[in-house]
Design a protein around this ligand. Structure first.
Ligand SMILES: [Zn+2]
Ligand SMILES: [Zn+2]
Length: 93
């Protein structure tokens, strides 16, 4: 499934955007985007994600967590409820 706004995969946690008004950085959460179903859902980055050395790879040199904090607290298979508080792809640049 692809994002109706930017055409990248909805399950990508590697999409970075920023708010044109505040300059705040945002990153996509794959679990929240899946709950939305048609476009990426973003949360403030890095505040809503955090980092871990366990996730450092060549493609992810900072070790960013893929899911937002709220999604990481959910049990497997439970849909995200916090996607409603996120920013959608078309509201960011
Ligand atoms: Zn998108
Ligand atoms: Zn999330």
């Amino acid at each position: 499934m692809k994002c109706s706004c930017c055409d990248k995969k909805l399950n990508s946690g590697m999409v970075h955007k920023c708010d044109p008004q505040t300059g705040q950085q945002f990153k996509s959460c794959p679990h929240c985007s899946f709950a939305n179903g048609h476009e990426h859902v973003f949360h403030p980055y890095p505040a809503s994600f955090g980092k871990t050395p366990a996730r450092v790879t060549a493609r992810n040199p900072d070790g960013d967590q893929s899911y937002c904090y709220d999604c990481r607290r959910l049990d497997k298979g439970i849909p995200s409820g916090t996607y409603l508080q996120g920013r959608t792809c078309n509201s960011l640049v």
